[in-house]
Design a protein around this ligand. Structure first.
Ligand SMILES: NC(=O)c1ccc[n+]([C@@H]2O[C@H](COP(=O)([O-])OP(=O)(O)OC[C@H]3O[C@@H](n4cnc5c(N)ncnc54)[C@H](OP(=O)(O)O)[C@@H]3O)[C@@H](O)[C@H]2O)c1
Length: 267
């Protein structure tokens, strides 16, 4: 039978690539966007679901709609997310909360909506898209980094909670990927910051790094593998820096690890 998957944030970048790859490999793909009508023509291989992961009712409705159409979801890929930029001192609590609402609570909402049926069925795959930033926090992107560290914790704890159930949880951890992520980033106004010079330097590094990074297909391939492997790994890291960071973090004193991060981001 054709496996079904719901991919959040399927309208661009990693989510769009993942939806395309999974559809090409026989999955029935439900993809979410806040504005699905804009994406129907470009991605007819996706069955579009309107969803804002900020909103409890929107998530419950979207997940229920996909599950009803498919006769039960086999997999969920929690990918929707965005970034905010700015110092811990200056980013407003409102912006910080909004960041967690999408990147952490948005994932939690989707998992809670999809999980009961999967658990009852005794099978299913849940992929959470984390980030290297969750392990190596980015200066002036503390809030984003914190959401991704929280996603790592959720993924690992959930994998254990579901251990006897047949539902497997996988963390996919990309490093830099060339998508439109920086175009929709909430940059604030680094020039007006009390940290202006260093914030601008970090901004420059962040803006310059994505166009040099691999495209989203590398993440789509890892997600596809995570969904199809008989025994999926707990974690799929993408990119050399993502593989090396945990080694550095484990063996280097914290001070040196942080100094390497400062050097990388030119702050
Ligand atoms: N690019 C990177 O370097 C990188 C590295 C590590 C991890 N990641 C993670 O990968 C994921 C995808 O990022 P990307 O690089 O592919 O960025 P992207 O091209 O900007 O795509 C983000 C997707 O998230 C969706 N989205 C954003 N807010 C949403 C909300 N409130 N409700 C529903 N959907 C929402 C957008 O859909 P609509 O606007 O259509 O609703 C869009 O499809 C994110 O979780 C990001 O943190 C990215």
């Amino acid at each position: 039978m054709q496996p079904s998957v719901l991919v959040t944030g399927a309208s661009s970048g990693i989510g769009a690539s993942t939806a395309k790859r999974l559809a090409e490999h026989g999955f029935r793909v439900f993809g979410t966007s806040r504005h699905p009508a804009q994406h129907v023509a470009a991605a007819a291989h996706v069955e579009w679901i309107e969803m804002d992961v900020h909103d409890d009712a929107s998530v419950a409705k979207g997940v229920a709609e996909a599950a009803a159409a498919a006769g039960g979801l086999d997999a969920l890929v929690c990918n929707a997310g965005y970034g905010i930029f700015g110092s811990i001192e200056e980013v407003t609590l409102e912006a910080a909360r909004a960041q967690f609402e999408t990147n952490f609570f948005g994932v939690l909402r989707c998992v809670r909506a999809a999980l009961p049926d999967m658990r009852r069925a005794g099978r299913g795959r849940i992929v959470l898209v984390g980030s290297l930033a969750g392990r190596a926090p980015i200066p002036f992107q503390a809030h984003y980094s914190a959401t991704k560290a929280a996603i790592e914790s959720m993924a690992l704890a959930l994998r254990n909670e579901l251990h006897p159930t047949g539902v497997k949880v996988v963390l996919v951890e990309p490093g830099d990927i060339d998508t439109g992520f920086n175009d929709v980033m909430d940059w604030g106004d680094p020039g007006a910051s009390a940290y202006a010079e260093r914030a601008r330097a970090a901004e420059r590094v962040i803006r310059e790094s994505l166009p040099r990074a691999p495209g989203p297909d590398v993440v789509a391939r890892a997600i596809h593998t995570a969904l199809c492997a008989r025994r999926p790994r707990v974690r799929y890291t993408i990119g050399a820096e993502t593989a090396l960071t945990p080694i550095g973090k484990r063996w280097l004193p914290d001070g040196i690890f942080l100094r390497l991060i400062r050097k990388h981001f030119d702050v």
